[in-house]
Every structure is written in C-alpha cells, then in structure tokens.
Design a binder for this molecule. Structure first.
Ligand code: ADP
Ligand code: MG
Length: 669
C-alpha cells in the first residue's frame, strides 16, 4: 500500500464510505494516516471506583451485580439499567436506546466499561458508557473528529489496516533521527494513532509536526528564491522631499525611514519584496503613494490593490489630488464594460501610470505596457497562497505589501524570512488616545445621548452592526433595525445605512457624502472595517461587540481618532462572558499586544487566516503554539543545506511537490 493510493484500496471502503471520508478531507492513504486523533481514551489501567472522583472519566473492570431493567419513560426513550461492582464500590449503569444490549448483560459476568463517574440523587452512576465484553487490545484508543456517517470504530479499523499494509521510506538517516531525538516515521505514525503511553503519543506527534514544519520552511525558501529576481527597473534615486512637498503635513520619522528602505530597494540589485507593517492610522497610504511616485517619475506603471471597492475609491481620490499631472486609472467592478475597456486601453498603451483597483485586478487579464510595482494594501490574510500568486504571475516587478495585521515578530521573521520588513512604529503627531468603553445595560441610553451631542457639535459617527437584516435564530441587532431606531432617536440628523449588498455606485455615493460631512451618522456592517479614512468622525459604536474578534474591533476602532479631535469607541455587549476579551481593547491601543492576546484567547486561525489560506499545507502544526519548533526546524534546515545530505534533497522534493499542488490550486481558483 502506498501513501498516494486512494482510500478505496482499504477493505470496507466503497463509494459511499469514500464520500463520507471526503467530508473530513481524507481521500488518500496519506490523508488518512495524517488524520490525527483529537485525544485518546486511556485503557491502559483499570481504575477502581473508590479512587475515581465524581466527574472523572475512566476505564473500569466490573462484575455485573443485577439483571438489567428496562424503562421507557418517554416515547422513543428506552433506558437499560443495571448495577456493577469492582469490589471497591458499586455503580448504577444506564444505557440509552441500545435496544439489544439487555440480551448481552448477564448477572455475574465481567465487563469493561469506559465512562464518566457521577453522583446523582445520592447514587453513584455511570451514564451511557462504552461497553466492552473483552478488554480492548490497545492501551490507548484514539478519538477522532467525526462527521455524519463516520464513527470512531470505522476510522480505527481503516487505520489499523493502513498502518499494517503501508510501505514507507524513512527520509532521514538514523544519525539525523538520533541527533534530533525523533522516532522513525513508521513508528511515529503507529504511535500517534495507537500509542503505548501518552509520552509515546507526544513524541510521535512531535515527529509529524517536525516534518511538516521542516517542509514548510523549505517551501517558504523556495518561494523566496523564486521571488528574488534581478531588479530590472533600477531607477534614479528619488528625493523624498519632492514627494513630501505635495503633502499637507510633515512626514513622521517612521514614514521617512520606510521610504528610505523603498528607495534602497528601487536602486538596488534585486527586485523589491517588502512588507510594510504599521498599526491602523500609522499613515501607510502615503508610503504606498511615495513608491508609486518613484515609478511614475521614471516612466513605470504601478498598481495599488485594495481589498474593497470603497477603499479603492478612497485611494483613487487621494491619488488624483496627489498627482494632478498624471492620469490615474481606477478599475472597480462598478464600471460599465465600455468604460472598463477604455481604461484597459490606457493601461495597455501606458498612458495610465497610476492604476488603482480591487484585488480582483490581479486575476484580471490586464496587459501593462511597463509595469514596475504591485502594491497590496491592507492584506489581512497572509501567506503562501498570496505570495505565490503575486510571484507567480509577475516575476520581475517590485512588490510591496501594506498591512495593519500585527504578527508577532518571531513569526513574521519565519513567514517572511525572505521578504524584507519595514515597520511604521510611530503615529502621526497630535493623535489622542481613543477613549474606549464597554457598554451594557442602562449605559446604552447614555451612549445614545452622547452620540447625539457629538453630532450636534459637528462631528460624525459610525455605528457598526454584525448583520444587515434581522435573521432568525440570531440574537443580534441588525443594521437595518439600528438604522430605524436611530432615525427615531435622532430626528433631523442626516444618516445612511451602508452594507455589502448595496450596489457599488450606491456605496460610493454614501461614502462620498459621509466623507464630505453631508451625512452625520453612518450605520453599517463591517464593510467599513478596513482602510476608510474620515478624520472628522469621532465615534465608533459597535453593537454586539462579542461577535467580533479583537483584531477586527481594533481595525474598526482605527476608523476614528484620525483627526485632531478626541475620539471614542463604544463596545456594546450584554454578554458577560465576552467581557474579559473585550476589556483587552479598553486597556490597550497597541495592535500587536491586542493581536497576541487575541491569539492566546482564541487560537491563531482567525488572526492569521492560516488555517484557511496561508499555511494551508499545515495539517497538524500550529504556527503559534508550535512557534518554538518552527524556529528550530528553520535552523535545522539551514544546517541540512550546509551539509547537503540526503535529508535536504528529500525535504526539497516534498516541498516542491506540495508547492506544485498549491500553485495548481491557486491557478484553479
Ligand atoms: P493606515 O496606516 O491605517 O493606512 P492612513 O494612511 O489611512 O493610515 O492614515 C491615517 C490618517 O493619518 C490619514 O488621514 C492621513 O492623511 C493621516 N496622516 C498620515 N501621515 C501623517 C503625518 N505624517 N502627519 C499627519 N497626518 C498624517
Ligand atoms: Mg490603510
């Protein structure tokens, strides 16, 4: 049996079962073997009833004291009960709706049960345990995540067969295994599913994560090698001052530093591949436009990709003001086919030097005359996928990514080890800390009054709701309901409702009106989450704040506090159990700190998007909890590269194969 073979080669796996396995992404034997247990059941020792505390789950060897009794308290509910003893205590066992079980329970027999010991109405009970008439062979039984139609026993059976029949080649030498204190591959796979001791399971898992991260590091390296092409668009040095003259403010020290990094790249040997990280409001946009200015002055085109139409539109307006002498092209989904063709033409003949649009631009069939730079603004989700997409199509252009997503430093060093990073670690002067409050109960009305007052002083407010419309089964205020309520509370106040389902032209009109101050209040869904910049807005109120991630709330809060006025953020929630999380925002305004807390509280997935995208190749490893190993395997890889042995070749081959598969996925997307 080979790793790449379909699970259909297992006995008992036909079309139907294969379909069920597909639901948990198992289609090959490899997928099956790397489908790791969530936890294990400990059958290694039989515990004594006397020694087990109530609430604890354990494995018992017991004698049946009584004939089973069957009760039917309700329609479709049948309870089979009997007493058992192990000499140290007596327990009542209840089994639900297993209609035939009573035929197998005989007074005086010995059975094995696995279940939770409880005390109910003064009696010791074990409700719906697993029953075994013989002691299970394995000391620890694996528990897997399941889906409809899939049982633990099916998976265990398939795995036993696969583990028995699989032919594996160990990629590492004995010496390497010893040095890194790793078990062999076959042993690891056996032990991770059916371990002899918890320590064995742990070691086995470690080996699997080690493999995965070693390959992951090599993949990043390969991507980096691909990206580092020669700089074919060397430009004459561009004085930052010439650009700064166009701005209505002085650049911060941090902005100037990052601009110098960019100039160094543009005038250097290799094409730029740079990530600019800076908290919301740190002023990343002007940095992007500076880079575009460099290109423009030297006759090259550049594109700026925004994640939303709204943001693209806003960038377009800024660009038109900054570069009145040049044609700025804005490509969005809202355009008519005729207009789009016109703009395409301008890009193709090179008259459109500054091109702005949504990310969809990247996948479009645009032809550039002399593209020099691709900028991706506010990229939330990082990783292999996006990097590959960028490097895949346009080999030689400079690339710049702007992001407010705070990634812990160690992690970004690994993820972007082959990309340069500049950090905007300074906010423009005069910013006041945004006062943040948790709003519950009667405070809500105070807040409504407060917002009314702010608006009457000439300032503007955002009210964000998690849903557009009322939705059955969802206990959250919808944007529409909020809008209706506010219209009653605030007669005469000019407000609008904006959400993703509106036509682009409508959204644009509303945003323009809000920007200009024609509208005073904007009730919205999270469509305004990223990038939007209206300095006169001083209030951000988020309804049902418990439904948002901390990083997301921090982004939303970043929409205010952009002008000289004191700004406020209200997190409205009646969910007590969310308060601990939400308080992190009240006490901190540092995006990095917030993201780290968020990851501790919720796990990495949502913050980095790694589960879905970036590190999609990582099945077992977790980039945050396995960070230590991530760094260690990076060092191991460097050593392997130096010694150039069999391991390096093996890891490279696997990395290439996985990368190939990834790129095909991207192409198919
Ligand atoms: P982000 O880093 O979140 O993308 P923006 O680029 O949108 O931030 O900038 C936020 C606001 O700060 C904008 O109104 C911008 O004009 C302003 N700004 C940027 N740099 C400076 C500066 N050096 N001094 C004053 N205001 C600035
Ligand atoms: Mg921005």
């Amino acid at each position: 049996m080979q790793l790449n073979e379909s699970v259909r080669c297992l006995s008992g796996v036909g079309e139907k079962t294969a379909k069920i396995l597909q639901k948990v992404e198992i289609s090959t034997i490899r997928d099956l073997l790397y489908y790791l247990p969530r936890t294990y059941k400990d059958f290694s020792t039989c515990r004594k009833i006397r020694d087990v505390s109530f609430g604890e789950t354990a494995f018992f060897e017991v004698r049946i004291l009584s004939q089973p009794q069957v009760k039917r308290p309700r329609y479709r509910l049948e309870i089979t009960s009997f007493q058992v003893s192990d000499g140290t205590g007596i327990a009542n066992v209840d089994i639900f709706n297993q209609f035939y079980i009573k035929n197998n329970i005989a007074q005086g027999n010995t059975i094995y049960i696995y279940g939770k010991l409880e005390q109910k109405f003064g009696k010791v009970r074990i409700s719906s345990p697993e029953l075994y008439f013989k002691r299970p062979k394995e000391a620890f039984l694996p528990i897997y995540p399941l889906t409809a139609g899939l049982t633990q026993n099916m998976l265990r059976k398939f795995l036993r067969e696969a583990l028995h029949a699989i032919e594996l080649t160990e990629p590492y030498s004995d010496d390497f295994l010893r040095k890194n204190r790793l078990p062999g591959l076959k042993e690891a796979l056996k032990e991770v599913h059916f371990p002899n001791t918890p320590e064995h399971a742990e070691k086995a898992r470690l080996r699997i994560i080690f493999d995965e991260l070693l390959v992951f590091n090599r993949m990043l390296e390969l991507l980096g090698e691909e990206k580092r092409s020669k700089n074919r668009m060397r430009i004459k040095s561009v004085p930052i001052e010439a650009f700064a003259e166009r701005l209505p403010f002085e650049l911060t020290g941090a902005q100037k530093r990052v601009m110098q990094d960019i100039v160094k790249d543009f005038t250097g040997e290799q094409a730029m591949s740079r990530l600019v990280q800076g908290d919301v409001g740190s002023g990343k946009t002007v940095i992007a436009f500076f880079a575009m200015d460099c290109m423009r002055r030297n006759g090259y085109q550049s594109i700026l990709m925004a994640p939303t139409e709204l943001l693209a539109q806003q960038h377009y307006e800024t660009a038109v003001k900054l570069f009145p002498e040049d044609e700025v092209v804005c490509l969005t989904g809202a355009l008519t086919a005729k207009k789009k063709n016109e703009l395409r033409e301008k890009i193709e003949n090179g008259s459109g030097k500054i091109v702005i649009g949504t990310h969809a631009l990247l996948y479009g069939d645009l032809v550039f005359r002399n593209l020099g730079l691709i900028i991706t603004d506010e990229q939330h989700r990082f990783g292999v996928k996006q990097r590959a997409a960028l490097s895949g199509g346009q080999q030689d252009v400079h690339t710049l990514i702007m992001s407010a997503t705070p990634i812990p430093r160690t992690l970004s060093l690994v993820l972007f080890g082959h990309t340069d990073i500049s950090i905007v670690d300074e906010l423009p002067p005069g910013r006041k800390e945004i006062k943040t409050y948790l709003i519950h109960g009667s405070k809500y009305n105070d807040m409504i009054g407060f917002i009314k007052n702010e608006v009457s002083l000439g300032r503007q407010a955002y009210i964000v709701c998690p849903l557009i419309e009322d939705s059955e089964g969802m206990e959250a205020k919808s944007a529409r309901q909020m809008f209706d309520e506010l219209q009653e509370c605030y007669p005469g106040v000019r407000m609008a409702l904006i959400h993703g389902k509106l036509k682009n032209a409508e959204k644009q009109k509303i945003m323009e009106d809000f920007s200009r101050g024609t509208l005073q209040i904007l009730v919205s869904t999270t469509v305004i989450e990223v990038g939007i910049n209206v300095p006169n807005a001083t209030v951000m109120a988020v309804m049902n704040a418990e439904r948002f991630g901390l990083a997301q709330l921090h982004q939303l809060r970043g929409r205010v506090g952009r002008g000289g006025q004191q700004s406020y953020c209200f997190l409205v929630s009646d969910h007590q159990n969310a308060y601990e999380r939400l308080r992190v925002l009240v006490s901190s305004s540092d995006g990095f700190e917030i993201a780290e807390k968020d990851m501790q509280l919720r796990g990495t997935g949502d913050v980095l998007g790694t589960r879905q995208h970036g590190a999609g190749t990582l099945k077992v490893a977790n980039l945050i909890t396995d960070m230590g190993l991530l760094v260690r395997t990076r060092d191991v890889l460097a050593q392997l590269k130096k010694s150039g042995g069999q391991e390096y070749a093996a890891v490279t081959a696997i990395a290439r194969e996985q990368l190939g598969r990834k790129l095909i996925e991207i192409a198919l997307n």
